[in-house]
Write a protein that binds this ligand. Structure first.
Ligand code: ADP
Ligand code: ZN
Length: 605
């Protein structure tokens, strides 16, 4: 019979080697242990898993975990096994023999946690198999899947509404990182959780650094960003399959270890790439947004977007894959006027969507652009999009670390809009800028624009500044692009207010390359070595190498040996005895038994 722990703290210490609960973990655990239902809405990385894994270990009998993704399920089971916990899963991805062995362990009462898919838990045959097993807790992980609002709606999740009837008196806990009110209502209703205690935590991810820059030379900018992350793993998102493949090949030419992933790949290859990302260190994964669901690698150290994401929600979800372990992690996005134009075009020209849908899509794009163009704190802007107030400046985003200069661009805006208007809303930005700076070209002459009063009226600004002006006018929706007319710039309704000086226009001053370089050296690379001295960093690298070797031999992911946070603490504190090592967060009893001596030796070396 696997052992149960006397109380949550004991389990936390002995199994995980953690010293204290995080946020509301303890309250959730108490609620469940008292036999009440709980709904847990915490952001990624807050430690949702412990909220049901610890009760599972403190209660007698079995905890059943319903999880939507087979890959996630296997990861968690492996994680738990590495901690010495009796966990298993039943899944179609296992062989018949493997599943039979799990059933045997189950009826012998040898399991504490059993992971299954939503399809399986409601099967009568599964119910029958549970037979005399005492089920002490039911957990529904990623419970937003039940919602018709989430785009990952799963029909088989609907049957989970019966869990209460199927397991009368057994407490249930549902968890998700999706917290919008619609989804929450759906979950409560469809999972019959009206009486559940609801736990909500701030959606802030304080360890994630946000940076968004105008694209000047996308590849050079990406290189500059990636150079900070030697030996670390990360994801680079691109919009199209072609760009994914090209970028990946190019990165390999540049000496990075990169692989790519997109939806159209052979399923077997996809699995292989996902595995490589999980098991490897220092791999750069170039992918479309198809990659990410079901990736719970805790030490993804950076996420870069080379194209505009689909929405603020998408941006937050994708960047949120960085730094689940709580260590400093960086995100980076480049975008340009072209991206905005292209996105608007996709929205406007989508024959399948109604006017209402287009309106919503445009509003979503504008919300994203507002975050891109803000001169204020990115985190404040992002969280306010999700209805959360974040009063101060965060100090951990590009605009907080290197405040953006602003300038009153009302006059410039008026000149730009005048150039659009006077030339008949028929030209693209390139030509409009020629007109503004008074550049004589074949085209300006042909249309007689050299004779217009606005010709040369904007000589005081550079071409770059005018590009920035047009991009921001577009982002603020003062101008639009007529896709049916070769991308001609047209005026939007709000342009009139600007013209009549009823509205001031404040622009961000775009950063030059030199500005960005200076900023970068001041923002100390947000990698896992951040804050370590040179000596400590060297030791950290050695320990990371040792971890990789151990993981390879054991056929598990490196982070399952010890998380990065633990290696950082080893490098700082240099434990030299069992007692000192056990005092470090992340060193539980099982892991010390398995790996303690190897690491003690390496540290003493
Ligand atoms: P979520 O499911 O909310 O995204 P996880 O459960 O995967 O988060 O936890 C994220 C990371 O934080 C994991 O590496 C986990 O071991 C670690 N963690 C969770 N709770 C604690 C704690 N109380 N102290 C230290 N680390 C913790
Ligand atoms: Zn900030």
């Amino acid at each position: 019979m696997p052992m149960s722990y006397a109380n949550p703290h004991e389990a936390l210490e002995k199994v995980w080697g953690y010293k204290a609960f995080r946020g509301q973990q303890e309250e959730v655990i108490e609620t469940v242990l008292q036999g009440r239902d709980a709904l847990v809405l915490f952001p990624t990385g807050k430690g949702k898993s412990l909220c049901f894994q610890i009760p599972a270990l403190c209660m007698e009998g079995l905890t059943i975990v319903v999880s939507p993704l087979v890959a996630l399920m296997h990861d968690q089971v492996e994680d738990l096994k590495a901690l010495g916990v009796a966990a298993a899963c039943l899944s179609s991805a296992q062989t018949d023999e493997q599943n039979a062995e799990v059933r045997r362990q189950l009826s012998a009462g040898m399991l504490k946690l059993l992971y299954v898919t939503p399809e399986r838990i409601v099967l009568p045959s599964f119910q029958a198999m549970l037979g005399r097993v005492r089920v002490s807790l039911i957990c529904v992980d990623e419970c937003h899947c039940v919602s018709t609002w989430g785009n990952n709606f799963r029909k088989d999740y609907l049957a989970l509404g019966n869990l209460k009837a199927l397991f009368p008196g057994v407490p249930r806990i549902a968890l998700t990182a999706t917290a919008d009110p619609h989804t929450r209502e759906d979950i409560i209703q469809l999972l019959d959780l009206a009486d559940a205690e609801v736990f909500v935590d701030s959606f802030d991810r304080p360890n994630i650094y946000y940076e968004i820059v105008e694209r000047s030379n996308g590849r050079a900018q990406l290189l500059e960003f990636l150079n900070k992350f030697e030996g670390e793993s990360g994801i680079v998102y691109c919009l199209s399959r072609n760009k994914v493949e090209e970028t990946c090949n190019w990165l390999n030419d540049q000496g990075f270890r990169a692989r790519y992933y997109h939806a159209r790949m052979d399923p077997q290859l996809k699995t292989e790439v996902q595995e490589a990302f999980r098991m490897d260190e220092g791999l750069c994964l170039v992918a479309t947004v198809a990659f990410g669901m079901g990736i719970n690698k805790p030490n993804v150290r950076y996420v870069a977007h080379l194209d505009l994401p689909a929405s603020v929600e998408g941006y937050y979800q994708e960047t949120g894959r960085a730094g689940r372990d709580g260590l400093p992690s960086s995100t980076f996005m480049t975008y340009s006027m072209q991206d905005i134009v292209q996105r608007q075009r996709m929205i406007d020209e989508n024959a399948d969507s109604s006017d209402e849908t287009k309106r919503i899509e445009r509003a979503k794009l504008n919300a994203l652009l507002a975050i891109c163009e803000t001169a204020g704190c990115r985190r404040t802007a992002i969280l306010s999009h999700f209805g959360e107030r974040y009063a101060q400046s965060c100090g951990n985003c590009d605009t907080c670390r290197n405040p953006v200069e602003q300038w009153n661009g009302t006059d410039a805006a008026i000149k730009a809009l005048a150039a659009v208007y006077r030339t008949g809303e028929r030209f693209g930005t390139g030509h409009l800028i020629d007109v503004l700076i008074g550049k004589v070209t074949e085209k300006t002459e042909k249309f007689g624009h050299t004779e217009y009063p606005v010709f040369g009226a904007g000589r005081e600004h550079s071409v770059q500044t005018w590009q920035s002006v047009f991009r921001q006018l577009l982002a603020f929706d003062h101008i639009g692009i007529d896709h049916g007319n070769f991308g001609a710039v047209v005026l939007r309704e709000s342009a009139a207010d600007v013209f009549k000086k009823r509205r001031e226009v404040i622009f961000r001053k775009d950063k030059t390359r030199a500005d960005r370089k200076a900023a970068r050296s001041s923002s100390a690379g947000a990698n896992s070595r951040a804050g370590l001295s040179d000596v400590e960093a060297t030791l950290f690298e050695r320990l990371r190498q040792l971890r990789l070797e151990i993981a390879r031999d054991a056929g598990i992911a490196p982070y399952m040996v010890f998380p990065d946070t633990t290696l950082v603490a080893f490098a700082r504190e240099r434990p030299s005895s069992e007692r000192e090592m056990l005092a470090i967060a992340g060193v539980g009893e099982t892991k010390f038994k398995r790996y303690g001596d190897d690491f003690l030796a390496a540290i003493a070396d």
